[in-house]
Design a protein around this ligand. Structure first.
Ligand SMILES: C[S@@+](CC[C@H](N)C(=O)[O-])C[C@H]1O[C@@H](n2cnc3c(N)ncnc32)[C@H](O)[C@@H]1O
Length: 216
């Protein structure tokens, strides 16, 4: 793992509780209200992803940057045949494995600590997702290209928009915490998708995010 990934890994190992609380709502009433008001698009992208992943039953999924496993476990509980979640943070992977066990989904949901570029799956997946991932990727083309190589139907990704108030706030907040963060303009996304050989795709603006479904 290179120096950049090691820094990211350290950051996410520490940030796990804060990040997970956005989904679990295990926060004060004020903080939950702030999330619902200013981070509603994070919940909307979950709905977007599940809708665009249909059919889920019987298909295989790769969840890149799976975090605490919310997407992977949802695919598993909706009847996916195989789900692999990968993440560079071993703490995230531990939580995913524990949750899969508690939900009795460990026969179909597996989690591995690895960077996508090092991961060599035996077979292609039907769907590959990267949600909240590209925010932290300095060279998005290599990651998009690899996603295209490991999938046989579609990828679903989210990217944070460049010209938003939250981009500025996040840039300052995360830089102070030692985590690099990247934002995207629509023209850049079009270019990246074409360079990564995705010919057909849709880009939806959801709050301060772009949500994209691209077909191989
Ligand atoms: C914001 S969290 C998103 C988690 C999850 N996808 C979600 O939306 O709930 C970003 C995750 O990406 C992981 N990550 C960052 N760079 C990565 C890389 N190159 N390969 C795999 N995982 C990575 C981090 O460790 C972190 O857990």
């Amino acid at each position: 793992m290179n120096q950049y990934l090691n820094r990211q890994k350290k950051f996410w190992n520490k940030e796990i509780k804060n990040f997970d609380a956005i989904y679990s709502h295990n926060k004060s009433r004020l903080n939950n209200w702030l999330d619902a008001t200013f981070r509603w698009d994070m919940y909307a992208r979950f709905e977007y992803t599940m809708k665009n992943a249909i059919p889920i039953q019987g298909r295989s999924f790769l969840d890149v940057g799976c975090g605490a496993g919310h997407y992977s476990l949802e695919f598993g509980s909706q009847g996916a045949q195989k789900v692999i979640g990968i993440d560079i943070s071993e703490k995230m992977i531990e939580i995913c494995q524990q949750r899969a066990f508690e939900l009795q989904l460990n026969d179909r949901c597996q989690f591995l600590q690895t960077d996508l570029l090092e991961y060599q799956p035996d077979t292609k997946f039907d769907v590959c997702i990267g949600i909240g991932l590209f925010d932290y990727i300095p060279e998005p083309l290599s990651v998009l290209t690899k996603m295209g190589e490991v999938v046989q139907d579609r990828i679903i990704i989210s990217l944070p928009r460049f010209w938003t108030w939250r981009a500025l706030v996040r840039k300052v907040r995360l830089t102070i915490k030692g985590c690099d963060v990247f934002f995207y303009k629509k023209e850049q996304i079009d270019r990246l998708l074409k360079q990564a050989a995705f010919k057909r795709y849709t880009i939806e603006k959801i709050g301060q995010l772009y949500c994209i479904t691209a077909y191989v």
